[in-house]
Design a protein around this ligand. Structure first.
Ligand code: UD1
Length: 419
């Protein structure tokens, strides 16, 4: 078992290069199954979630090569299995995206209920309802979902809520079938646009991604191609917050700042100086952060739930009282008791957290409970007095490539040890 040992008190300064977005890479890997040619995915981050997804593809019979330069080559022509092995799909919620792509390719699929971060109920009813609108016959039995797509055709899907995963799943399912599919009230996240661009690069016909109405015209086949995913706005946002709370100075490269507007506007409210250029964000923070009156998580372009925990860490030592409302997931405050162990003053009632800024945090032995909450604890430890020990960092490794290496290059003092 590994843990991080963080010596707090360093000011973070320097250049951060953004990696490809986890939430773009995962559905794009799932979509690769639909292609009849070879896919080259450039700069594919070797985070645990990606490794698990590649393992799923291998077990389905795809040929996978990870190149020295970080590219991944996927050849799905040899894929024969229309089932995602249960033990492995439990590790990764994104394995549910396989349902759409497998169905599109094989016109049948068996997947088990997905795993991933335990941040609430995370049902899949929107996915199921959407696929049924494409004439898929779905039965749920003993933790498995059996899909018969032999009569699949385009259809009209109205999502009750703009679910990211359901939008992506339905987009994929509709790619290789007869007819036109319309998704109404679709999610608008940049990663949805990236998935549509990827599928279109291979010869797919998807229009309207990024708006609330997406139209997919089914095509007979997808060819191969080379693709580079968009930069990770959540990674970039985590780094911006780490810089802000350590009174640092950072240049973040490889990110479209429009994707981070919700965070940038909050940081400006909190007294950080931020300049945005085409694919670069420059951040400078000299003074103690100011409290932010209200932050409520929302679907894109609202404030992202994935940055809620890192933002909360930064507000624990801000001047004044901040209120955070988590609208997306029921149990996404698991980092709160850990922050309290470090001296933070936070009160939670249902989906609302009230953060009373303290002058400083102190070291403690704390435990990561989920991916973004875990990253938030690393940020808190950077400002804490003394040496903080963080357990169960496997959660953090799901979405950050050696978080300690990235932060140490900016001046942090973090060690990864095996216990
Ligand atoms: C994706 C992201 C995740 C992010 C989330 C919200 C990936 C791999 N993961 O997750 O990092 O936190 O978007 O931006 O891209 N819901 C239902 N029924 C469904 C589907 C969803 O009730 O069938 C609910 C969920 O429980 C949640 C809300 O809808 O409360 C949003 O979920 P969704 O947008 O689907 O998130 P994910 O795709 O799972």
């Amino acid at each position: 078992m590994e843990k991080l040992i963080v010596n707090g008190g360093s000011r973070l300064c320097g250049l951060v290069k953004t990696v490809s977005a986890k939430n773009a890479v995962l559905p794009i890997l799932a979509a690769s199954v639909m292609s009849d040619g070879e896919i080259t995915l450039l700069e594919c981050p070797q985070i645990t979630d990606v490794k698990v997804m590649l393992d799923i593809l291998k077990r389905m019979g795809c040929d996978i090569h990870i190149e020295q330069n970080g590219s991944v080559k996927i050849n799905s022509q040899s894929a024969y299995l229309s089932q995602v092995p249960q033990n492995i799909s439990k590790e990764l919620r994104s394995s549910i995206f396989m349902m759409g792509s497998i169905l599109s390719k094989f016109k049948k699929a068996v997947v088990s209920y997905p795993g991933g971060c335990e941040i609430g109920l995370r049902p899949i009813d929107f996915h199921v309802k959407g696929l049924r609108a494409l004439n898929v016959n779905i039965k749920e039995e003993d933790g498995y979902i059996f899909c018969d797509g032999s009569k699949m055709c385009g259809g009209f899907v109205h999502l009750d809520y703009p679910s990211v995963g359901a939008t992506e799943n339905i987009m994929m399912a509709a790619t290789l079938i007869r007819g036109v599919t319309v998704i109404n009230n679709a999610a608008k996240e940049p990663e949805i646009v990236d998935l549509a661009n990827f599928i279109n690069t291979l010869g797919g016909k998807i229009k309207g991604a990024g708006s609330d109405k997406i139209e997919i015209t089914g095509v007979k086949k997808l060819h191969g191609g080379t693709y580079k995913c968009i930069g990770d706005r959540i990674f970039a946002g985590t780094m911006l917050l780490a810089g802000a709370m350590t009174k640092g100075e950072l240049e973040i490269e490889g990110i479209n700042y429009n994707y981070l507007q919700p965070l940038v506007s909050k940081l400006r409210e909190s007294a950080c100086k931020i300049d945005c250029f085409n694919d670069k964000i420059y951040m400078y923070c000299k003074n103690r952060l100011k409290a932010i009156r209200l932050t409520a998580t929302m679907p894109y372009p609202g404030f992202p739930t994935d940055l809620q925990a890192p933002l909360m860490s930064s507000l624990t030592t801000a001047d004044g009282t901040s209120i955070i409302v988590e609208n997306l997931f029921e149990t996404r405050f698991k980092h709160v008791p850990e922050l309290i162990k470090m001296g933070a003053e936070i009160t939670v009632k249902d989906r609302v957290a009230i953060v009373d800024g303290v002058s400083s945090l102190h070291s403690a032995e704390i435990t990561a409970k989920d991916l973004r909450g875990g990253a938030a604890l690393v940020l808190a430890a950077l400002t804490a007095e003394g040496t903080t020990s963080i357990n169960e960092i496997n959660h953090i490794d799901r979405g950050y490539v050696s978080i300690e290496k990235t932060l140490n290059e900016l001046g942090a003092k973090i060690k990864r040890i095996t216990v």
